[in-house]
Design a protein around this ligand. Structure first.
Ligand SMILES: [Zn+2]
Length: 270
């Protein structure tokens, strides 16, 4: 719950931003009539207990997620392998149920690409590349990946990234002098493009790892297997690191953090 209220620049008028739509909010920000106090846009994530700066409209994010997904499915051929698809969905279902998200919609699709990569969109669309699937010798390995991806969704990482980006762009424009609300809206449009393709931050990646381990554990997968999985990812890339690693944290640090968490939880020793 937010204890403060955003006030007008004059300090006279209290504004409840939760009752404004984003267009009004941005107009207010752009014209300088609203000073948004960061604490007031704080969302307390029940999954992590962490306060997040989120100003995105959830319905709009879901819509953007769906369009990005449709576009991606047009661009990349799917991998039509019924056994592999069944395996992906079985592990995926177990993980989302363990995360307490079995009642929202999820889609698991295998893409026919050598890339050792996977991704998730905020609407619950999960893309899994054949190259990564082939590294997943066991279901525990797959659960490591899927736990991590589901962690990005429950952690609301895309909304958080998008909100930061939008706020930064708006703030830059406000600082730039007189701006029209149209300019703020243009910034927002750009934010909408970038929002889904922006890489997650290091902190978000680390958080997704931890959430993923919790979900693996709750789904009765062997969390200790996440260590050899990440080691296989590290060594499996030849001269070039696999994509999933290059956009993700330093692999050696990551393995040590994961190891530390598993031991600390008493799920080891590893
Ligand atoms: Zn990630």
């Amino acid at each position: 719950m937010c204890e403060h209220h955003p006030v007008s620049a004059e300090g006279a008028k209290l504004v409840d931003v939760s009752k404004m739509d984003r267009r009004d909010l941005l107009r207010g920000l752009a014209s300088g009539s609203i000073v948004l106090l960061a604490s007031c846009a704080t969302y307390q994530n029940p999954e992590t207990g962490r306060g997040q700066f989120i100003i995105v409209d959830e319905a709009q994010l879901q819509q953007a997620s769906l369009s990005a997904w449709q576009q991606m499915r047009q661009q990349t051929p799917t991998w039509n392998n019924a056994a592999a698809q069944r395996r992906l969905e079985t592990v995926g279902r177990r993980i989302v149920n363990a995360a307490g998200r079995g009642n929202q919609s999820w889609e698991f699709v295998l893409f026919n690409s050598d890339e050792k990569n996977a991704f998730v969109l905020p609407g619950g669309q999960v893309g899994f590349y054949r190259g990564l699937f082939e590294i997943c010798a066991t279901d525990d390995y797959m659960a490591t990946v899927l736990g991590h991806e589901v962690g990005h969704v429950t952690g609301r990482h895309a909304a958080e990234r998008y909100s930061r980006e939008t706020a930064t762009q708006t703030a830059l424009q406000v600082a730039g002098a007189a701006v029209s609300s149209d300019m703020a809206m243009a910034a927002l449009g750009l934010g909408a493009q970038v929002g889904l393709s922006l890489p997650f931050s290091r902190e978000q990646e680390a958080e997704a790892d931890i959430l993923g381990l919790n979900y693996m554990r709750a789904a009765s997968y062997d969390v200790r297997q996440s260590i050899p999985f990440w080691a296989a990812m590290q060594s499996g890339g030849g001269s070039r690191p696999p994509e999933f690693l290059s956009t993700h944290p330093d692999p050696a640090n990551r393995i040590e953090r994961i190891r530390g968490y598993i031991n600390q939880q008493g799920w080891g020793p590893v």
